[in-house]
Structures are given as structure tokens and as C-alpha cells.
Design a protein around this ligand. Structure first.
Ligand code: FAD
Length: 341
């Protein structure tokens, strides 16, 4: 078992609302660890609409999904939050002392006095490509994310897809793989133009092979992949591959949140509107994952919920300490914490 990671607050989900919660909690000296299934911060903003403009963030007449995430990351920097990406929180259990153990699918255990669920629409789960028998290879040769690059060292790696994840990993894994083939059904890509340019440069210099087509079959034994059948413009062919990474996008499912014994309202976590606490004292839910009468799934609602949640969280982490409300404009103590004094 891994060492227990102790902290004041564990935030499940590093979407915009989880990120802003770090700021509010930080003003009250509460230290946070954030856990997210994705490989980067930003939740829906970064994953579903990074380049789309948002028009209803207060004081930002227009800001893209990714720019909002970048600004939030900058704003919370003074509080040094610890991020744990590529991990799904699978268990949440109250301990005898009233605190909580939060467990991930990577086997880490976090011990916290307060848990904030900012899990948005639930867990993003990879879309499985329609290849017969692919399940038999999942987790041994076929992966939907890269947790450790070393797992791909000296392998014949095939990456399937045309978005940012496919291109980013093609560029990164070509350094460690024995061979790397990128497969996409079209010659046009949805990824950042710079990544596409770099990828074609590597194709020209022989670092990466690019194949136009679709995967139609897998060959191997006992979950160990040896070759992949591709159907392209010139018909079918077989290519060697010992690892395959399909990047076909993500869907959102409530996931393990449903199993944590919290009162739910139509697949959302029911909370009060004073503290945004769930049916379990010490476990709060903010952002798109919660429900209360009149709830609007807007980023600004989540920001407000984070501020009120913090008042209650502080009372749990520091019992007996007076919770003093202060403005950042006039409080020198808050300004010191923000590093502007
Ligand atoms: P999310 O952004 O969903 O983030 C939740 C995070 O939790 C995810 O990263 C997920 O991976 C993680 N997670 C979930 N379960 C687990 C688990 N078990 N373990 C670990 N991690 C977990 N809102 C506006 O206010 N204005 C707009 O103009 C606007 N436009 C939108 C346009 C589109 C196309 C979409 C899809 C949404 C839009 N929204 C808009 C809604 C807005 O994006 C959401 O309200 C916001 O993202 C909610 O933030 P959140 O942090 O609560 O959740």
C-alpha cells in the first residue's frame, strides 16, 4: 500500500469550479490536493471547448475555455495546490476520527478533514472504437490514456485519432517507442496546427509513420497485441503493433460518485444552499455535480458555491477558530497570502 497523503482538503475534480475552490480555501489557509481523471486541469472548459468563447464570466466580456483555465491556474498559484492527474477517485470513506480517506484507481490514499466534490458531469470516460474483440486487450496492450511513458518503451506503438491527445502523444512517445505509427481516417487533423506541423516533419524525417485508414481488427494472444489490421484507401493491410492508444474522444458518466452513499437527486448530489454540504457532514459538492432548487449549471454559480463552502470547511478544519470575513482589497493579511504585499 502506498503512503497516506495527508491534507486539509481533497478536491475531487480540477474543473473551473474545483480550481476556484483552491483560491477561496487558500484565503483561509486550507491546503488542497486535487485529483482528476484527465491529464490536465480545466474539466469541460479544457476538454470540450478550449477555443470557444464564453461570454458570461463576470468582468470578462469574452474569454475562451482554455484562457479561463489558464487565468484560474495563475490566480491559485500562491496557494501551491498539489495536482494528481490521470487518476479516478473510486472510494470515499469516513474514518473513526471524523475525517475521510479518499482512494484512487492508482491505489493512492489521501487523508483529509474535508472533501469537496467538484466532479462536474461525472467522470469523463474514453469512447471505445468499434473494433471487434478490443476488450480482450484493454489494460494490457490497448490503453485510452498514458499514465507512464515507460510502459511504451521499446514497443511498436500505434496511436489512433486526429485530435490534440493523439498528436501530443505521438510527438512525445516517439522518443521512447521502438516504432510509432499514427493512424487517422482523414488527412485533416483537429489538433493544434503546431503539433500537426511537427508531426509531418517527423514523418518526413522517419521518426513517425502516418497511415490513412481505420483499424478493423486486432491480432494477438492472452491480451498481448502483436498486429493491427488497417483498412485504408488501398485496401486492407496488417501492421505490427504491441501497444495501441485509441483517442476517440470522451463521454461523461456519473461514475463512482454514485456509490459513495450520498443523497442524490436525479444523478446529482443534493446539497443545502448555505454551505453546499451533502447529506454527509464534511463532504461538500460544488459546481455542475450538485443540485438544489433553482440550480443553474453555470461556472459563476460554482464560483459562488466555492466561497460559501469555504466558510463551513474552515470551521471543520480549524474548530474553535473565529472565521473572519475580509475583503482582498483591504486586508493586508489576505494580500500577504496572495504575495502582493
Ligand atoms: P467540470 O468542468 O465538469 O469538471 C469536473 C472534473 O471532475 C472533470 O475534469 C472530471 O474529469 C473530474 N472528475 C469527475 N469525476 C471524477 C472522479 N471520480 N475522480 C477524479 N476526477 C473526477 N458555462 C458557463 O457558465 N458559460 C458558458 O458559456 C458555458 N458554455 C458551455 C459550452 C459547452 C459546449 C459546455 C459543454 C459547457 C458549457 N458551460 C458553460 C458549462 C460549464 O462548462 C460547466 O458549468 C463547468 O465546466 C462546470 O465546472 P465544474 O468544475 O463543476 O465541472
Amino acid at each position: 500500500m502506498s503512503d497516506i497523503i495527508r491534507t486539509d482538503v481533497v478536491i475531487i475534480g480540477a474543473g473551473p469550479v474545483g480550481l476556484f475552490a483552491v483560491f477561496e480555501l487558500g484565503l483561509y489557509d486550507l491546503k488542497c490536493h486535487l485529483i482528476d481523471i484527465l491529464d490536465r486541469p480545466g474539466g469541460q472548459c479544457a476538454e470540450l471547448y478550449p477555443e470557444k468563447p464564453i461570454y458570461d464570466i463576470p468582468a470578462w466580456p469574452e474569454i475562451s475555455g482554455q484562457a479561463l483555465v489558464d487565468r484560474l491556474m495563475e490566480q491559485i498559484k500562491p496557494f501551491s495546490p498539489q495536482f494528481h492527474f490521470n487518476r479516478m477517485v473510486t472510494r470515499l470513506e469516513r474514518q473513526a476520527d471524523g475525517g475521510f480517506h479518499v482512494e484512487t484507481d492508482e491505489g493512492e490514499i489521501f487523508e483529509a478533514k474535508v472533501v469537496v466534490i467538484a466532479a462536474g458531469g461525472g467522470s469523463f470516460q474514453p469512447k471505445r472504437p468499434p473494433v471487434p474483440g478490443i476488450e480482450a486487450y484493454e489494460g494490457t496492450s490497448v490503453f485510452y490514456s498514458v499514465r507512464r511513458m515507460e510502459a511504451f518503451r521499446d514497443q511498436d506503438v500505434m496511436i489512433v485519432g486526429g485530435g490534440d491527445s493523439a498528436l501530443d502523444w505521438a510527438l512525445n512517445l516517439q522518443h521512447v517507442a521502438k516504432s510509432l505509427t499514427l493512424v487517422h481516417r482523414r488527412a485533416e487533423f483537429r489538433a493544434a496546427p503546431d503539433s500537426v506541423k511537427k508531426m509531418f516533419e517527423l514523418v518526413d524525417s522517419g521518426g513517425i509513420s502516418f497511415e490513412l485508414g481505420q483499424v478493423t481488427g486486432l491480432k494477438g494472444e492472452n491480451g498481448e497485441l502483436s498486429a493491427v489490421t488497417l483498412k485504408g484507401p488501398d485496401g486492407e493491410k496488417e501492421l505490427p503493433a504491441t501497444r495501441m492508444l485509441p483517442f476517440f474522444g470522451l463521454t461523461m458518466k456519473l461514475g463512482p460518485v454514485a456509490e459513495w452513499g450520498l443523497n442524490l437527486h436525479e444523478n446529482l448530489i443534493a446539497v443545502d444552499t448555505e454551505k453546499f454540504e451533502t447529506s454527509e457532514p464534511g463532504i461538500f459538492a460544488i459546481g455542475d455535480i450538485n443540485w438544489y432548487p433553482g440550480k443553474l449549471k453555470l461556472i459563476l454559480s460554482g464560483f459562488h458555491e466555492a466561497a460559501l463552502m469555504t466558510q463551513a470547511a474552515k470551521r471543520i478544519v480549524s474548530p474553535g477558530e473565529r472565521v473572519v470575513f475580509q475583503y482582498t482589497t483591504s486586508s493586508t493579511s489576505l494580500q500577504k497570502k496572495l504575495g502582493v504585499q
